[in-house]
Design a protein around this ligand. Sequence first.
Ligand SMILES: [Zn+2]
Length: 320
Amino acid sequence: MDPDTDPAAATATDPAPDPSLDPSGVPASVPAPLATVASASATAVDRRAVLGLGKLWLTGFGVAGLALAQPLRSGAALAAQRRPDRKPESPANARRLVMLDPGHGGNDPGAIGTRGTFEKDVTLDIARETARALADRHGVAARMTRQDDRFLALDERVALAREAGADLFVSIHADSAPTADARGLSAYILSEKASDAFASRLAQQENQADRFGKPGAAGSRVLKDILLDLTARHTRTASLAARQLLVEGAGRELHLLENPMRAANFAVLKAPDVPSVLVETGFLSNPRDEEILCDPAARRVVARILGREIAKVLSSPAFA
Ligand SMILES: [Zn+2]
């Protein structure tokens, strides 16, 4: 099978070239968790990076905040951060598989920020870094529904998660919010009835992604009309737990949207047998979120937080 079309090839062990790699090609690894800035193992660079992001995300952004995140890109700093690979926190996690779904792609750019940032690029980079964090730091296998800039219909994304037998599906987005001042991270699970009008409009906007595909292509694989009440109870319970843990965990460091645990009728969350969550890492319609999401170092910090929290989700009772 052509590795470009084989979702199984999209593992974290085969990341795209990354400027954060040093000349030896060894991925930079910083101590986890990033929150533990007081940890004796945390380097000064980590502290600056975390504090920089905190400043960016929690109190707004500015030249100072961006400058604080810059040392992450320095080769010398990366060498100082390198650590041996970690063992899985839980032996059970070694057998877990997460399907990460970078939203949009190909001729569907997703949201476009005022600075010209394409959502499809932000989501691909965050997914790639999250997959790497899961594999390198938490011993969790991760695949991606797409590992390059290509269009995938929504139900193709669902089918890839089901065919892989994924334990968890996480769709990653950075959409345009229905209101311009909305910013921060939020997470959605499937519900035929949206949690609020904002969530409903976002899902409608998101579900239109298939219009970028070839006519007749959408719906060709599975799942046009999976009814919510056919969804296994486990899937529902596990999706709820995943949303809660991801939001609570990420919220310790990242700015959250108001009422960040939401629900709406997202087509991409309709796998009946794979717990599924859609994470809006922020909104490109908000200048402050866009400034963060278009910064590679800040995205890497976001991805490491997501990787850490996804690993915790898989160790939680709902996934036992
Ligand atoms: Zn999106």
